[in-house]
Design a protein around this ligand. Structure first.
Ligand code: KIV
Length: 276
């Protein structure tokens, strides 16, 4: 194993078994990657949210593997010492385990150390295959943006007893097949707490209350500079409840990212006001 691979495997073990909250942040380019590494961010997520944030698309469905490879390379160049997760874009994994493996490997070759994919029970066989091939996987549950059309928009998931049970079951299944992290987006805080207490796999929350093992935010949300879909007027945009603008009270972007890391670690972010 290369020294870099060993270093990042050790970092993952430390994050998984440590007592500190994990501070994760999205990142799409080398300059912000370098700044985030200096600020002490534990994990950089090359999220397919770049479809909206960088490309101005309405959702994440148009993001391609070539986009993810390009941005993963850029982030890896800027933050060589930080653990990097890359999103598997829509249509790059759902159709079968072999294609998922090929595409996941391309993201690792571009500099990622783990891939993230969306979905629960229906993805278990694909995830098992990736894990068996030695590819670390983060499962994204709750609100899954690649299913926005099926979910009927940005809606909190797991509000009914039945849907909460189904997300819990997905988390148990994903944990059982050996994912390294479970990301929970826009679910009730009580459900995220139950999941976190029921599995050994660390949970990363975004709009998932205060009890997850770690937190993630979109960098442009943290800086208060994302004002919605490119074609819409900024006045039409209301920041989601789980977002906090860290730049407002900081003197610089560097200080804002440092404040985010500190707030996650000392548990002053998120609070109940950022939760559902
Ligand atoms: O793509 C992304 O940025 C994400 C975060 C919202 C968690 O998946």
């Amino acid at each position: 194993m290369s020294p870099f691979k060993t270093q990042h495997s050790a970092k993952l073990e430390q994050l998984k078994h440590g007592t500190e909250k994990i501070a994760m942040l999205t990142c799409y380019d080398a300059t912000f990657a370098k700044l985030s590494e200096r600020a002490g961010v534990d994990v950089l997520l090359v999220g397919d949210s770049l479809g909206m944030v960088l490309h101005g698309s309405e959702n994440t469905l148009n993001v391609l593997m070539t986009d993810m490879i390009y941005h993963t390379r850029s982030v890896a160049a800027g933050a060589p010492n930080t653990y990097i997760i890359a999103d598997m874009p829509y249509s790059s994994y759902e159709s079968g385990a072999e294609i998922a493996h090929e595409n996941a490997q391309m993201l690792l070759d571009a500099g990622a150390h783990m891939v993230k994919l969306e979905g629960g029970g229906n993805m278990v066989n694909i995830v098992r295959h990736l894990v068996e091939k030695g590819i670390p996987v983060c499962a994204h549950l709750g609100f899954t943006p690649q299913s926005i059309q099926k979910l009927g928009g940005y809606r909190i998931q797991g509000k009914t007893e039945e849907s909460a049970k189904s997300i819990m079951q997905d988390a148990l299944s994903m944990s059982e097949v050996g994912v390294s992290f479970i990301l929970l987006e826009m679910v009730p805080a009580s459900l995220a707490r139950n999941i976190t207490e029921s599995i050994d796999t660390p949970t990363i929350g975004i709009g998932a209350g205060v009890d997850c093992s770690g937190q993630v935010l979109v960098l442009q949300d943290l800086l208060g500079i994302y004002t919605g879909q490119a074609h819409k007027h900024p006045n039409e945009f209301k920041s989601p409840r789980f977002v906090r603008n860290f730049l407002k009270d900081s003197g610089s972007i560097q200080a804002a990212v440092e404040a985010y890391v500190k707030a996650v670690k000392n548990k002053s972010f998120p609070t109940a006001e950022h939760s559902y």
